[in-house]
Design a protein around this ligand. Structure first.
Ligand SMILES: Nc1ncnc2c1ncn2[C@@H]1O[C@H](COP(=O)(O)OP(=O)(O)OP(=O)(O)O)[C@@H](O)[C@H]1O
Ligand SMILES: [Mg+2]
Length: 257
C-alpha cells in the first residue's frame, strides 16, 4: 500500500490478511522463545536449546531519513535490508567456518530473517573492534596531522566501547583491563582473531574486484574463548572499487552476486 493515498477496500482487506498472518506467525514462532534484547537493527531471543536467535529487522541507523551505518540512532526503514544483511553475514560466517575460525554462527533461516547463534557474554556493555588496511574515516579525523587520507596500514587494530551516550570511545588494552572489561590475554586472542577474520573477508572482496579499507566487528565470550558475534554486513565495512567508495546497498549486491 502506497503512502499518501486513501486505501481501497481490497487494499484494506489484503493488509488485514497480512497482519493476521504475521500475528499468527509470531504467536506460533514465539512459543517457548523469550525476547532478551531489543537492538536497533536486531532483536535477540532465547531458544529452548539455550542458544540465541537474532532477528534481522528492516530498521537502519541513519539521520534525517538518510541511511548511515555509522550513526547510532534509527533513522529509517528499508524493506528487505534485514534479510540482505543476514545473507551477507551467512556468506561470511560460512567462509570463516571453512577457514577453521570459530564464531557464534550456528545456522540461519533466510525466509524468517533469523540466525541461530551461540549465546555469548558480551564484554562490559559490548566492545567493537576495528581493523584497518587503509587510513580513512575516524582514523583521519584523529590522526590526519600524521598520515595521508587513504594511506596503507598494516591490519591496524583498535577497540571502542559500545556507549552511544559517549559516542563509542576508543579504549586501550590497559584501559579494558583497568575497567574490568577484559584481560590482556583475552585482548590478545581478540586481536589475533580480528586479523585472521579480516584477511578472509578482504580476500573474498578482492576476488570480486573490491578493496577492503576497514571493518568493524563485535566479540563476545563463550566457553572460555573469545569469539566473533553479531553480524558481518556491508554497513560494518568500508570498501572501495577503483579508488571510489562503494555504497553499502550496492556492496551487498556485489557480495551476494
Ligand atoms: N552470539 C551472541 N550472544 C550474545 N549477544 C549477541 C550475540 N550476537 C549478537 N549479540 C548482541 O545482539 C545485539 C544485536 O543488536 P543490534 O545489532 O541491533 O545492536 P545494538 O546493540 O542496538 O547497537 P549497535 O547498533 O550500536 O550495534 C547486540 O547488542 C549484540 O551485542
Ligand atoms: Mg549491532
Amino acid at each position: 500500500m502506497k503512502k499518501g493515498k486513501t486505501p481501497s477496500k481490497s487494499e484494506r482487506f489484503s493488509d488485514l490478511i497480512k497482519k493476521t498472518i504475521i500475528n499468527f506467525y509470531i504467536f506460533i514462532g514465539g512459543k517457548g522463545m523469550k525476547k532478551v534484547y531489543t537492538g536497533k537493527t536486531k532483536d535477540v531471543f532465547e531458544l529452548d536449546n539455550g542458544n540465541f536467535e537474532l532477528l534481522f529487522k528492516d530498521d537502519c541507523t541513519g539521520k534525517d531519513g538518510v541511511f548511515d551505518p555509522g550513526e547510532n540512532s534509527i533513522g529509517l526503514t528499508i524493506e528487505g535490508i534485514g534479510r540482505e544483511n543476514l545473507k551477507t553475514s551467512v556468506h561470511y560466517f560460512e567462509l570463516l567456518k571453512e577457514a577453521g575460525i570459530k564464531t557464534h554462527y550456528v545456522s540461519a533461516d533466510i525466509e524468517k530473517s533469523t540466525m541461530e547463534v551461540l549465546p555469548a557474554k558480551v564484554f562490559g556493555k559490548g566492545v567493537e573492534v576495528i581493523c584497518r588496511y587503509r587510513a580513512v574515516g575516524s582514523f583521519i579525523r584523529r590522526y590526519g596531522e600524521y598520515i595521508e587520507n587513504g594511506a596503507k596500514l598494516d591490519a591496524y587494530v583498535e577497540v571502542t566501547l559500545k556507549d552511544d551516550e559517549r559516542c563509542d570511545p576508543l579504549v586501550t588494552s590497559e584501559g579494558l583491563e583497568a575497567l574490568g572489561i577484559m584481560t590482556q590475554e583475552q585482548f590478545d586472542q581478540m586481536k589475533e582473531r580480528t586479523r585472521k577474520i579480516t584477511a578472509v573477508v578482504a580476500k573474498d572482496l578482492e576476488e570480486k574486484g573490491l578493496e577492503l579499507y576497514d571493518i568493524k566487528f563485535e566479540f563476545g565470550f563463550y566457553n572460555d574463548e573469545v569469539i566473533l558475534i553479531d553480524e558481518i554486513a556491508s554497513g560494518n565495512m568500508r570498501v572501495y572499487k577503483d579508488g571510489e567508495i562503494v555504497d553499502p546497498m550496492d556492496l551487498t549486491k556485489m557480495i551476494l552476486a
